[in-house]
Design a protein around this ligand. Structure first.
Ligand SMILES: Nc1ncnc2c1ncn2[C@@H]1O[C@H](COP(=O)(O)OP(=O)(O)OP(=O)(O)O)[C@@H](O)[C@H]1O
Length: 195
């Protein structure tokens, strides 16, 4: 049995990753599981701590410092496990940190990883952020140069030029073409700096 495909989408907040993921899940030709980092972290805390009453207050930032890196490692390992079990996984991520990116490369290097750039201009990101109103204003702009300094992908989708359905169709036709997913393996051999 073949390993599952990891569809790894990189783009800033508001670039359109979730919208594309939804379209990929909706179509029925290829079955995908969507592992979102937000859901993964929420599930972890809900499962482990929902009925625990702390006897002292711990600042949110301290919790993040203690838990975030190990949870990210666990998240990547879970994605790899899905792939090993033959399940196709959609991963939408904001690669803005050297440490996580290098770890991601290490963990996924032997999996079929389709690396996709979800591209959008800063002006449009700012406009979307204002319209949606559920993200901190300035978040996308603050991520922009870090995320888009990576410019080597198996495939790019420009969400200003295409709607989410068209982006999902482009990704599906790439998968169905049976082209090799080579970029992620090449990146792993480099000293990539995302800071
Ligand atoms: N291709 C597109 N064309 C026009 N608008 C889009 C497109 N894709 C997404 N949007 C709009 O942009 C906003 C953000 O989309 P989405 O939630 O998919 O982004 P995201 O990258 O997952 O963001 P985040 O990382 O903050 O969760 C939404 O209001 C959505 O309707």
């Amino acid at each position: 049995m073949k390993q599952g495909i990891i569809v790894l989408m990189n783009g800033t907040s508001s670039s359109g990753k979730t919208s594309i993921s939804t379209e990929l899940i909706t179509q029925k030709e290829i079955l995908f599981h969507h592992l979102s980092i937000d859901d993964f972290i929420k599930d972890f805390f809900n499962n482990k701590f929902s009925d625990i009453e702390p006897t002292r207050e711990v600042d949110e930032q301290v919790i993040a410092q203690i838990m975030f890196d190990p949870l990210i490692s666990m998240y990547y390992s879970t994605i790899k496990l899905f792939s090993e079990m033959g399940l196709n996984v959609i991963v939408d991520t904001v690669i803005e940190n050297d440490k996580w990116f290098n770890e991601c490369l290490d963990v996924f290097v032997d999996q079929p990883t389709l690396f996709i750039g979800v591209i959008c201009s800063k002006e449009e990101l700012i406009r979307r952020e204002q319209t949606r109103g559920d993200r901190k204003i300035g978040l996308a702009a603050s991520q922009f140069s870090k995320v888009y300094c990576i410019d080597e992908y198996d495939l790019e989708v420009n969400t200003e030029e295409m709607n989410p359905i068209e982006c999902a169709e482009k990704i599906l036709s790439f998968i169905k073409s049976n082209k090799e997913y080579s970029v992620f393996k090449k990146l792993s051999k480099r000293n990539v700096s995302v800071s």
